[in-house]
Design a protein around this ligand. Structure first.
Ligand code: XMP
Length: 511
């Protein structure tokens, strides 16, 4: 049976990272909110180990997340992290305190006393701390296995029951030996052997869907982005022509992109693909609209309408498939972040089409894992490593009103910029790069004549998560070539500027 670790989520900020680190060590890990799984389900779930995550609460808060303390006695090893360690200590009968001056934040020297968790970890190393409360008295049968200058109990364990707790965060790279500690927990303590890999995952998923979806008609909205593309290929391998992919081309894609998506999926992979060329429809709806959020709303709504009309023609659909990936699931579960821009992905479809069930084959995967599967399934590199592209497409990169003329200008300028980045081999040093057509016209000169044309802004950012981003320090020569080609090859563009704002304060997209 497949090895897996349960991450019991108490609301900490690094929970996704814990799952990611564990999977990097080739053990499957799934995150479950602490109040959405019962002790019985955990016992029967076939878990090799459990991680209690951190969380914002104090164990003494009246609304503090707690769990059935029976979990400590079911014979499954536990690693408590930060709040998770405090909760474990508290549940087992120890004392947690929030005395003033005991909080620690940031890189901290930790002294470990050696136990199974700290095998191959030096007695003195750096860890990442972020806590106010601390474990004052360990519970009976527990011993302290690490401390810091400020924290008498930075780690503890009850080796007999295989219960371990660390006050710091091993999942964060600032904890120098964090990966070693997680490795020790998984392999020495939980007895995992590290068999999780993407190849097996893909093969197992295909086999599972072949059974589960046998004889059913499945519909998927394909955008050409990496998530929906990989979901489509995976399901196609499982059920072939019973999968119908509808590709709504709203005309706001990059130059030639619609044709590329169609060729790849229909001609190369033989998918049953319906492409709907709806450019006119979208442009009509967008005529005269200048406000960014309104553009997004119109595109989102129109997209659903087009998709719905097409789906109706297909007759009975049993299953709607979606390319939702793990961070989408977790982020939408929280839903407490302020809305800076409403992001329309092809996620909000279910209300309008009648179907019996939804399937999300990538629901448990991180982006890099999705890319790995895509590569294994033979998806072209260009699609696997595709930079993110907003659902509303070039509409949010044309400032002001969108017209057919402006759209073509932007597609051409953007294509040149991308060609230059690719030509210089810089695709890997920048996370997202594109052209923006500003609404600003300025004076230029060509030969002896005065010209008056658009200003294009080039944007390139470097980021891990797109929550914050640095503007990419592109070489001047590349900017120079892009600028001179854009102004020479595209009439009506007289000026090119480079955006040197990071996020924050700016966002990645201009609208
Ligand atoms: P911002 O502009 O919010 O962009 O800093 C962060 C990332 O999100 C992408 N983005 C969108 N994606 N629909 C999407 O699917 C949208 O409306 C949208 N707006 C921004 C943006 O390209 C960047 O990768």
């Amino acid at each position: 049976m497949e090895e897996k670790i349960l991450i019991l989520d108490f609301g900490g900020q690094y929970n996704l990272l814990i799952a990611r680190r564990i999977r990097e060590l080739h053990v499957y890990a799934e995150i479950r909110p602490y109040n959405k799984i019962t002790l019985d389900e955990i016992q029967k779930g076939g878990y090799q180990g459990i991680v209690f995550t951190g969380g914002p609460n104090s164990v003494y808060d009246s609304d503090a997340p707690r769990f059935d303390s029976g979990i400590l006695n079911i014979g499954i090893p536990v690693l408590g992290i930060c709040y998770g360690a405090q909760l474990m200590a508290y549940m087992a009968g120890g004392e947690v305190s929030s005395a003033e001056g005991s909080s620690e934040y940031g890189k901290t020297t930790v002294y470990t006393f050696g136990d199974a968790l700290f095998e191959n970890v030096p007695t003195e190393s750096v860890c990442w701390m972020s806590h106010t409360d601390f474990i004052k008295t360990p519970p009976p049968h527990f011993v302290i296995t690490a401390n810091t200058d400020n924290c008498p109990c930075a780690a503890l364990c009850d080796p007999k029951r295989k219960l371990y707790g660390v006050q710091f965060h091993p999942e964060v790279t600032h904890t120098t030996y964090g990966k070693t500690m997680l490795h020790n927990f998984l392999f020495s303590i939980c007895g995992c052997s590290g068999t999780w890999n993407m190849e097996d995952f893909a093969a197992a998923s295909i086999a599972r869907y072949r059974d589960a979806l046998a004889g059913k008609k499945v519909l998927l909205a394909l955008s050409g982005g990496v998530d929906s593309s990989v979901a489509a290929l995976l399901l196609h391998r499982a059920i072939g022509q019973n999968l119908t992919c509808v590709f709504v081309d709203h005309g706001l894609l990059r130059k030639n992109e619609g044709d590329f998506v169609e060729q790849t999926f229909r001609d190369q992979f033989g998918l049953h693909l319906i492409r709907i060329n709806a450019q006119d429809r979208f442009l009509q709806k967008l005529a005269g609209v200048t406000e960014p959020e309104k553009k997004r709303k119109i595109i989102g709504e129109e997209f659903i309408r087009v998709f719905e009309e097409e789906a109706k023609k297909l007759g009975k659909i049993h299953v709607l498939a979606q390319g939702t990936i793990y961070p989408d699931v977790v982020e939408s579960g929280r839903g407490d972040a302020a809305v800076i821009k409403s992001h329309h992905n092809v996620g909000g479809l279910p209300d309008v089409i009648s179907f019996d069930e939804i399937t999300e084959p990538l629901r448990n995967l991180f982006k890099d894992e999705v890319r790995e599967i895509g590569t294994q399934l033979g998806l072209p590199r260009e699609l696997v490593w595709r930079q993110p592209f907003p659902g509303p497409g070039l509409a949010v990169r044309i400032i002001g009103e969108i017209t057919r003329e402006k759209l073509t200008l932007l597609q051409d300028a953007d294509a040149i910029f991308r060609e230059e980045i690719a030509g210089a081999g810089l695709e890997d040093i920048t996370s997202q790069y594109f052209a923006v057509l500003t609404d600003l016209k300025s004076v230029g000169v060509m030969g002896d004549a005065r010209t008056y044309g658009y200003t294009v802004a080039l944007r390139a950012v470097t980021t891990d998560d797109f929550m914050t981003a640095e503007w990419t320090r592109l070489p001047y020569e590349v900017l120079e070539r892009a600028s001179s080609r854009i102004t020479n090859e595209i009439p009506h563009i007289t000026r090119v500027v480079y955006d040197i704002t990071s996020k924050p304060p700016a966002t990645v997209e201009w609208e």
